[in-house]
Design a protein around this ligand. Sequence first.
Ligand code: NAP
Length: 296
Amino acid sequence: MAEAPLFRRLCVIGPGLVGSSILRVARARDDIAGELVATARSEHTLERVRALDIADLAEPDAAKAVQGCDGVILCVPVGAYAGVMAHIAPHLEPGCILSDVGSTKGSVLRDLSPLLPEGVHLVPAHPMAGTEHSGPDAGFAELFQGRWCILTPPPGTDPEATAKVRALWERAGSMIETMDAATHDKVVAVVSHLPHLIAFTICGTADDLAQETREAVLRFAASGFRDFTRIAASDVDMWRDIFLNNREAVLEMLARLTEDAQAFGRAIRWGEAGFIEDRIRRGRKIRRSLIEMKQA
Ligand code: NAP
């Protein structure tokens, strides 16, 4: 017998790449939500949601959309959370579970907790899955399959609310880890935010070179640079908000990287082959472990 849906009425705020992928998963199964509501700020996005038929209702006003919902998932850039929350908070019903998919988690507690109505459960989540594409057409139901989803419920969160959010992500195909928001922010600063910072920087550096050199860079892009351009093709609003909302952790990791890169540079200058070989070996080892963990 099919399991009862986790949510009677689930609302996705911001049906872009991640939000529309959640809608697609929930649409494809009958054990996540009885009814699906989507709300977006632009009429174009709402029209696409209707055309793709990934929600039962596409409602322009987020305050109306969350009414009667027992689950609400914020899927907008993290810099927009405070504004959206101020708009929806008075309309969230007691017992409702408020979750999100934002890439920074300390900022989520900072922006949502003060406005959280009595009886509404906040269970932040971060699916570690994405592509460089945006918008409702970019989503797909398999996006979360085999990927980690990190939950960061603040101390004192109702365990039943956490269990429901965990079950949602498990049904979407994810593996779950729970940690506090500060640890999450440090981890993603290294594995996601720093690589993006490097990609944006290296593309900017290449772009600053003289026209003649730039042509050569692009012509020979296959050798490593191309991988950076894929990462650097990411959404502007989302990444601006991530850097501004994970400032401490990103700056800490950047300082460590800068020290390590300078040590590498020094080894090159002084011909320290052993140091260079060690760094390359460590890189190869990390790549091998990722492949073994099926995370490559
Ligand atoms: P997306 O495809 O660009 O979709 C963003 C959605 O948020 C759109 O529906 C957009 O509405 C809405 N939105 C944007 N700015 C807004 C504002 N100021 N006020 C209200 N709504 C706004 O983005 P995404 O890639 O799905 O990312 C959404 C969230 O997931 C972000 O918090 C991001 O950090 C997180 N995340 C992303 C990835 C990834 O790789 N992409 C991975 C994990 C987590 P309109 O369409 O109407 O403009």
